[in-house]
Design a protein around this ligand. Structure first.
Ligand SMILES: [Zn+2]
Length: 310
């Protein structure tokens, strides 16, 4: 993965950014692992995300003020966390409303690196498919996932979404998570700030217009993130997600090679990158049919992260 820049965002001190980062890592336990289940996530959301089986106990989900919760709010809206947490009793008596002022909705924090994996859910992997939707490949992937009753993430391009609205609606209707992968798949690091914004904004808009809900996740094309991508992503209510396992399926290395990569590199919390568009993806389609049953046999759950869009 290419991280062009490690940035401390404007308006937030280096120290508070470090504190936020430290909290995240402490909660996750391992560098690069961020729990995706914030304290604002309901237990039903957490349980549906934690496993494909509805009604699974939610105890596995961490109370992660970690990812989207406390650190983000502390960083994005200084002071909000303190007010929400501990109304002081004397101020309560003197001014009852002061301690119970409505808590502003949590802003999506501006990250300086993407999530690489999900944490806290044991042997769970997240499957992600980029660049679609594409009528040649996406339906087959949906069929395979559907046969197992599983959900995945689809990081779609706006121009593909616009060209295939019914397919996009189907992806959403079948419970998969739709992420923003920009409009035309450019290298964001070579674009002007306004162009980056337009790429991301238009894509969120077409997804909302088509499916009724804005994406809560985004992924930079080629894994080339920059300050604007993080900042506009946060403004649009999205968290950045990269991946743990790169199948390199875009190189068409063979169905066996793709499946082997997933099987060998799968680990608890891994996010698997593959593609359902952007070229001939027939190997990706076939590989999924091969590695998915094997992952399940090995005791992995396949799930998608949920987070409340803000
Ligand atoms: Zn892509």
């Amino acid at each position: 993965m290419k991280l062009d820049e490690l940035l401390v965002r404007r308006g937030v001190s280096r120290r508070s950014a470090l504190i936020a980062g430290a909290s995240t890592l402490m909660a996750a336990g391992t560098a690069g692992v961020v729990s995706l289940f914030s304290s604002e996530t309901s237990s039903s959301e957490a349980s549906s995300a934690g496993t494909a089986s509805p009604g699974a106990p939610s105890t596995g989900a961490p109370s992660a003020g970690a990812a989207g919760g406390a650190p983000g709010r502390a960083a994005g809206a200084p002071g909000a966390l303190g007010r929400a947490r501990s109304p002081v009793s004397s101020s309560y008596r003197l001014s009852p409303l002061a301690g119970f002022a409505p808590v502003r909705p949590a802003r999506t924090p501006v990250r300086d690196e993407p999530f690489l994996r999900v944490g806290g859910l044991g042997r769970t992997v997240v499957l992600t498919f980029d660049d679609g939707p594409d009528p040649r490949y996406t339906p087959e992937i949906l069929r395979t996932l559907g046969e197992h009753g599983l959900q995945a993430m689809f990081f779609v391009c706006g121009n593909m979404a616009k060209a295939n609205p019914d397919l996009l609606r189907r992806v959403s209707a079948e419970g998969h998570v739709i992420g923003n992968h920009t409009w035309s798949h450019p290298l964001l690091t070579r674009l002007s700030r306004s162009a980056v914004r337009a790429e991301m904004e238009r894509t969120s808009e077409i997804v909302e217009k088509t499916c009724g809900e804005r994406p809560a996740w985004f992924r930079a094309p080629y894994g080339a993130w920059n300050r604007e991508a993080y900042r506009f992503g946060a403004e649009l209510g999205m968290e950045p997600m990269a991946w743990t396992v790169d199948t390199l399926d875009w190189r068409s290395p063979g169905v066996g090679a793709i499946a082997d990569t997933v099987e060998k590199e799968a680990s608890p919390g891994a996010v698997v990158l593959s593609h359902d568009a952007g070229g001939n993806r027939s190997q990706s389609v076939q590989a999924l049919r091969r590695y998915l049953p094997r992952l399940l046999e090995e005791g992995y759950h396949v799930a998608v992260p949920r987070r409340r869009a803000v």
